[in-house]
Design a protein around this ligand. Structure first.
Ligand code: ADP
Ligand code: ZN
Ligand code: ZN
Length: 811
């Protein structure tokens, strides 16, 4: 409860400060930080989050909150400092930080509704409306709540907006944001409790007696459970309640997003290395911040280490957060955790329905679970008393959110651990350059697992030089004879093969054979990809499609040749080459339907599939014991992208996918086809040697002052008019340069740009960028904030500027 007369509220709008409101007396009892409130804001009402009490206000009139929207806080007060840190560091409005942190089923409440005011009603009676106003008022009065959208689509009145504006000014109508009914609602279920004090004695039928016996024995049972024994229990319990035998209550239940039951497991004996690592963490004094980097080769048993550390934490009554990058991996990790920890787990990721997500969130907020496993947003789990945070596959790019609040969950995991005074373990077989640099600087302590649990060596990687096949045609050019031979051998031995290509679709660069032009997307600066399955061309940036019969937009020729290859083509080739094998494909296209990812993963595990073709979805973290062969169709795809992390990402992906081979009883083999066998990235990947990669990469980063040797903010400027975008970007850059000069920061900051982004257009929006670089994050942060407050930095119509602190994808 808040004792103060006023509260401070962060509103879910793009404003950087918070606002003060008064609380009506009858709501004071229930008001708590972490609850949502509906507050008047200008003429509208908007959602806000209570962030604390305020004792006195001076010099302005305080408005009252309209409504409290929650029965209990959605996050603990202690989490506020975390939200504030994020708001400050990522230069993002606090209200929107909180909104981004909460499950999405909660935010989409406000819709604009139009009401007729008292004055409006009086004006009708006095017949004082203008002719154009009458149909509008009538339309609104004819329904309970009239949305602005309904008004616009039903009344085809020209210049409706202007008329409405005028009417609002005359106080005839009012447009306000109104709460839409919750997209996600709480699920309630009936429970039957034993009472045993009948006021009337009922005749006991056999069924009634069964019900009474069962309820008496259990003392309380859900109606659902009762119906399993007596299917008609729903009707039978009512007279029993009335007579005083039973009482019926409704209580909130949690939807279960999980499919099948999981058998409990017994913790295995730790390997010597695992034991050493667990000890290294546990021997530290409790309740202190310790950041660790667990660098463990693929298959070295990192997950077992996490589970051991968490067992200890949970036994002490504390909470743990486990971040995992991909949904498919979450299901695997969840299974393993559930076998160990049973019902103590909540799961958070984007494949849940809004209702499921909300239920999981409530479970956490109401203290019903001890462990949260989830994708990046799980870092916001409303726990108090956190004892451990784990970030598995810490190098993974999907921890970075690329829209709205552009945060990196791996980085803020460290911040949250620091605020909660607990250890944080970042784990990976291929640590990010940034995290390893933190080990070098002794900011992180390294925990090492150098051997696989099954005692096998890491798989042998054979490089195949694709340059030798440049004059070869057909299958041999794409699935070389070396690769084909290994696949044959793998199948003959009854094992499974994983064929990796990080590009989906059938033909990735369709070209007109008459004029030689590639087939571009109308809205983006890239080529369309042929998807034979769907019988269309598709843009991988904006999703737009073209029919397969399309003529060349340049010369109208019909002859478009499907050059380039993606996973779909590889799959169809393998079908022809290995007709006896059962094939599956796992990429964004084949897994778009809910549940399809799990289905493919299950069929790999159950060995109803012999060859699986896939993109990076399949490359990461999975533990499939029967895969003995991994084939990389083309290792170089991402090597030369215009992004300083291109090499790092390529190394990580290759070493990770290689690590999927030979995790069971049989040792693994990897065939890696490449055009650049002597490139240091490919060589390091072949040895799966992270240190070798780091030692080659880090001097280059240092020389060019790239992260981790500097801090960067990327300003992403986009709009539908190229000229305006360019002009605005130039204006922003000159504001920055002015500020640098004024503060004498010339030798501490670099302003690079404005320049066109590597992908110049996406979804009809032109993209420009400016990079602000410095060794000090404080300086960059301050500079960008001053720029945003500068009067010249106001965006025009249809131009937006996104601030990306610590950008991950620079294209
Ligand atoms: P990583 O995450 O390091 O790639 P995993 O945690 O997936 O490795 O472990 C690889 C396999 O070894 C898993 O099947 C796991 O169940 C098994 N494993 C891990 N630790 C042990 C242990 N101490 N004893 C026996 N098996 C183990
Ligand atoms: Zn053409
Ligand atoms: Zn497009």
């Amino acid at each position: 409860m808040i004792e103060s007369p006023y509260i401070s509220v962060a509103v879910a709008l793009p404003v950087l400060k918070s606002y003060t409101y008064a609380v009506p007396d009858h709501l004071k009892q229930v008001c708590q930080p972490g609850m949502r409130v509906l507050v008047p804001f200008g003429k509208r009402r908007v959602t806000g989050y209570i962030i604390g009490g305020i004792d006195t206000v001076e010099g302005f009139k305080v408005r009252k909150i309209s409504k409290i929207l929650d029965e209990f806080p959605l996050f603990p007060e202690s989490e506020l400092s975390f939200f504030k840190w994020i708001s400050d560091y990522y230069i993002h409005p606090l209200g929107d930080v909180i909104k981004s942190a909460l499950p999405s089923g909660l935010d989409r409440h406000d819709i604009s509704c139009v009401f007729v005011t008292q004055k409006g009603k009086e004006t009708i009676l006095k017949e004082g409306l203008e002719s154009e106003e009458t149909p509008i008022i009538q339309f609104i009065l004819n329904r309970d709540a009239c949305t602005l959208k309904a008004l616009k689509s039903n009344l085809k009145i020209p210049k409706l907006n202007a008329i409405l504006n005028k009417m609002e000014k005359k106080d005839l109508i009012q447009v306000s944001a109104v709460l839409k009914k919750d997209g996600a609602t709480i699920k309630k279920e009936k429970f039957i409790q034993w009472k045993g004090t009948p006021n009337t004695v009922l005749r006991m039928s056999k069924k009634r007696k069964t019900i009474l016996d069962l309820v008496k024995e259990k003392n309380e049972i859900s109606l659902f459970g009762l119906k399993e024994v007596v299917p008609t229990a729903g009707n039978l319990i009512k007279p029993l309640e009335k007579a005083g035998y039973l009482s019926i209550i409704e209580r909130q239940v949690f939807r279960d997003p999980l499919g099948e039951p999981v058998e409990p497991d017994k913790p295995p004996q730790l390997t010597q290395e695992q034991e050493q690592v667990v000890k290294q963490v546990q021997e530290k004094p409790e309740s202190n911040f310790y950041p660790y980097l667990l660098s463990g080769v693929t298959g070295s048993g990192k997950t077992e280490v996490y589970m051991r550390l968490i067992t200890d934490v949970v036994e002490k009554g504390k909470k743990a957060i486990v971040l995992v990058p991909e949904i498919s991996l979450i299901s695997q990790t969840e299974r393993r955790f559930r076998a160990r920890f049973g019902e103590k787990i909540a799961v958070i990721h984007s494949a849940l329905t809004k209702g499921e997500l909300l239920d999981q969130w409530r479970k956490i907020a109401l203290n019903k679970v001890s462990i949260v496993i989830g994708a990046r947003s799980a870092i916001f789990a409303p726990f108090e008393n956190i004892g451990m945070i784990i970030v598995d596959e810490e190098h993974d790019g999907s921890y970075k959110q690329e829209s709205g609040l552009r945060y990196n969950a791996r980085d803020i995991a460290v911040v949250r651990a620091k605020q909660c005074k607990c250890p944080v373990v970042l784990g990976s077989a291929t640590p990010s350059v940034q995290s390893y640099q933190n080990v070098v600087l002794k900011r992180f302590e390294e925990l090492k697992l150098t051997k696989r649990v099954n005692k096998h060596q890491l798989p042998q990687i054979t490089l195949v030089d694709l340059k030798k096949y440049k004059d070869v045609w057909g299958y041999d050019k794409i699935i070389t004879p070396t690769m084909a031979k290994e696949i044959r051998r793998c199948l003959d031995n009854g094992n499974q093969a994983l064929i990796f290509l990080n590009r989906r679709g059938f033909a990735t660069s369709p070209v007109c054979t008459d004029c030689g032009k590639a087939l571009p997307c109308k809205f983006c600066d890239i080529t369309m990809t042929l998807h034979k399955d769907q019988n269309e061309y598709r843009c991988h940036l904006c999703g737009s499609t073209l029919p397969i019969q399309i003529r060349c937009p340049e010369c109208k020729s019909k002859k478009i040749k499907p050059l380039g290859f993606g996973t779909e083509k590889i799959e169809s080739m393998l079908k022809v080459m290995f007709p006896d094998a059962r094939l599956a494909r796992m990429d964004q296209d084949s897994t778009s339907k809910k549940g399809s990812t799990i289905k493919i993963l299950k069929s790999i595990r159950n060995r109803t599939i012999d060859i699986v073709v896939g993109t990076q979805m399949l490359a990461k973290g999975h533990d499939f014991p029967n895969i003995t062969l991994v084939g990389v169709v083309c290792a170089d795809l991402s090597l030369s992208l215009p992004d300083f992390r291109a090499g790092e990402r390529t190394f990580q992906l290759l070493a990770q996918v290689a690590g999927r081979a030979g995790r069971g009883k049989t040792a693994g083999t990897v065939i890696m086809q490449t055009y650049n066998p002597e490139h240091f990235i490919i060589e390091a990947a072949q040895k799966q040697d992270f240190i070798e990669f780091f030692q080659n990469e880090s001097p280059f980063r240092k020389a060019l002052l790239y992260p981790p040797f500097s801090r960067m903010v990327q300003l992403k400027i986009s709009g539908s008019n190229l000229g305006k975008v360019k002009m605005f970007a130039t204006g922003i850059a000159s504001v920055l340069n002015e500020l640098v000069k004024a503060d004498n920061l010339g030798d501490q900051v670099q302003i690079l740009g404005p320049i066109e982004a590597a992908i110049q257009k996406i979804s009809s929006r032109f993209r420009w960028q400016i990079l602000v670089k410095s060794k000090s994050s404080v300086i960059v942060n301050r500079l960008v904030k001053s720029m945003l407050e500068h009067p010249k930095a106001v965006t025009g119509s249809n131009i937006s500027i996104a601030v990306d602190v610590d950008p991950y994808f620079l294209m």
